[in-house]
Design a protein around this ligand. Sequence first.
Ligand code: UDP
Length: 371
Amino acid sequence: MKIAFVLGTRPEGIKLAPILNKLKDNPDFATLVINTGQHADLLDEVLQTFAIEPDYNLKLMKPNQSAELVVHEAIPVISAILRKEKPDLVFVVGDTATTFTGAFIAFHERIPVVHVEAGLRTDNPYSPFPEEMYRQLVTRLATFHLAPTEQNKENLIKECIDVRHISVVGNPVIDALFYIHHNVPPAVTEISQYVKSNKKLILLTTHRRENFHHLTQIHDAILEITDHHKEVEVIFPVHPNPNVRNQISKSMREHESIHIIDPLDYASFTYLLKHAYLVVTDSGGIQEEAPAFNVPVIIVRDSTERTEGVEAGTLILAGTDKQIIKGTIENLLTDTSFHQHTAEAVNPYGDGQTSERIVEWLKQYLSRHQS
Ligand code: UDP
């Protein structure tokens, strides 16, 4: 059976890598990796780390590109590849322009689409934008839905998806996280200098489009916290998007306790994540990873599709108001029992065995289609 994997951004690479690597030595499955190169700058390092060599690289990345241009340019190329290669299934993950295009073309070729990380919802088409719409559209286009949690399954059932086509498997990001943590040392060796026993490390990341006009609020909250808490050190690996990069103020750049650095390789990033006291982020993947390391997450967004993490108490949805962000960080820094309670809440996103479950799912699919 031939399975095509369509990917193009860092989180897609991280989440599909454990499945691809599990299938590598299985003679029943041939894999085909189609990389749109949507975020080549961040994805290439991940593919190298997991020793994945794409069969096709569309190299679509352009400075400040729009999502719709990625879709527009990827459509004819993915279409030609799928017609030539004729895979039996197409795997996509999550909610990007690449995810949508892979599913859209596979649907037109009448190839069943398997959607990994299915059923996440904020139900606000503009938050996150355009990801919420892409994931909803991929749900309509996909035949099979591999949901990380029971909550995601419920979301799909509410949208009339046939329950027989939904499987709750966890999120393969946790498989990737554990694999890297145990097998790959940080590429940036000097990263350990940021981990000090007498300091509380705050890891900060921001990149969502809908947050571009809230970045000053988020940054000012961090500045005020570092001014008042001498025990705090902040590490901020800055996303390459100029809308993020150009908004970092001089006072932030020059603050002795705030370290503004380039995006990190996955192993270095997860090393810092493991040692962080708390995370402030608008990222999706980091909301799933940090709880697996018992690190509290403050989400600087108005909504989250990872609602089970909020219910479990491991994620705190703070929004984008400076005072609320600051107050939430203060609480975690000063109230040790609150920090402990948040850190020790159960991680709802998986046990590191998701890729194994997906391979089992594939074996069953194969046996049904062989007979
Ligand atoms: N990440 C990384 N280096 C960094 C920042 C993040 O490897 O400097 C990883 C992080 O561990 C997570 C993924 O990138 O697995 C998240 O990607 P991003 O926040 O860009 O996308 P999202 O998850 O929000 O779609």
